[in-house]
Ligand binder design. Sequence first.
Ligand SMILES: *[C@@H]1O[C@H](CO)[C@@H](O)[C@H](O)[C@H]1NC(C)=O
Ligand SMILES: *[C@@H]1O[C@H](CO)[C@@H](O)[C@H](O)[C@H]1NC(C)=O
Length: 365
Amino acid sequence: MVLGTILLTGASLTASVLVVQVAVLPLVFKYSKSVQRKMVFSNCINYPRNLDYENPSSCNVVGGRNFNIQFESAVDSCPIKLGVWHIVPCSMFREVFVIRDYLNVDDRLHQELRRTQNTVVLYCHGNSNHRASPHRLQMYKVFQELNFHVITFDYRGYGDSTRVRPTERGVVEDALEVYSWLMESLTQTNRPPVIIWGHSLGTAVAANMTANLSDLCATQGKSQLPRPDALVLEAPFNNLMDEIESHPFSKLVSWLPYYRDTFVKPFTVSSEYAFTTDQYLSTVPHIPILMLHSKGDKIVPYPLAVKLHEKVAESRAIAGAPLMFHSFEKGLGLGHNNLCEAPDLKDVVGKFLEEVKERKGKHVD
Ligand SMILES: *[C@@H]1O[C@H](CO)[C@@H](O)[C@H](O)[C@H]1NC(C)=O
Ligand SMILES: *[C@@H]1O[C@H](CO)[C@@H](O)[C@H](O)[C@H]1NC(C)=O
C-alpha cells in the first residue's frame, strides 16, 4: 500500500517533469521574447548586490576611479548614463595614490591618461552581473600587472547604468560611446596602443562595434574614430545560434524532435540581437586579433572557438593582420570565467602586443 503510493507519486512526478520538458518549456520559450532576451543578456542576475560603484576601492579595486558617460541614445531615444571605471597600471599606482594629494586624484588620472604611452584596454564584459563581478576584478588585476590602463563599464540595464532593456544595438551603442570618450581622452599624436578586450557575450559586442565603426559614427553624428589597434576575444563563440545549441541548458531539451524549431530558431529571427561574430569579424581583416579559449570551457564549448577561428582565418587568407589563437589544455582547470588564472596569460598577451606594436610602428594598415 505505502509502497504503491510512493511508486505512484514517483510516477506522477516523473510524468509532470516530462510534461514541463516536452510541452511547457518549449511553449514558453517559443512565444516569450522576454524569456529569450533574459537568457541572452541575463542582466537581472546581479551579484554581488548593493555595491558602492562610486567608490571602487570598496568593491576591491585598487587604483581605480569611477565616473559616468552620458549621452542621448539613438537606439532607445532616451538619455543614457553609463557607470565607468578607469583602473591604473601598477607602475602608476604608488605615485598617484600614495604620494600625490588624494583629493585631486580624478583630475590627475585624467591627465595621466592623456599623456600615457602604456597600452589601454577597453573591457567589454560578458552577460550577467556587472563590472565589479569577482572574475572580472581578477582580470583587471592581470591588466594592472601588465601595466595597462583599464576602462571598464556597464552596458545599459547592468550595474549602476541606466535601467533600459538591453538589445544588441543598444549595448553596441554603449561600447561605442565609451570608445569614443577614450579616443578623445588619449593624446592625438603618437597614441598608445588601444585594445578592445571582450569576454564571452562581450566578444560579440566588441566585434560588432569594430566591424561597423565608421557607419556607427556616421549614424551617431560623431566624427570618424580611429580603429582600435587590436581585439582580444576571451572565450568567444562563433555566433549566438551555435552557442544556444551548445549551452548546458539546451542539453535538457535538445532530444526533442521539435527542438530546433522551438528553441533555436526564435533566436535567429529576433530583431533585437544576432551576435554573429563570425560575420562581423570577416569584414575586418586589417585588425590584429588574439583569441583565448580553454578546452575545458563548459559554457562556450571549445569547438565554437575553433569554428570562429576558421571563418576569420578564411577572410584573411590572402593578406591580413595577425590572427592568433591560444588554447589552454583541459588539465589546467580553466573554464569560461577564469582564464585570468592561466599561468602563461601575461606572456601570451605580451607577445601578441609586441607584434601589434611592431605593426603600429610600421604604419601598415
Ligand atoms: C551599421 O550600423 C548602422 C547604424 O546602426 C546600421 O544601420 C547598419 O546596418 C550597420 N551596418 C552593418 C554592415 O551592419
Ligand atoms: C550589429 O548588430 C545589429 C543588431 O543585431 C545588426 O543590425 C548589425 O548588422 C550588426 N553589425 C554588423 C557589422 O553586422
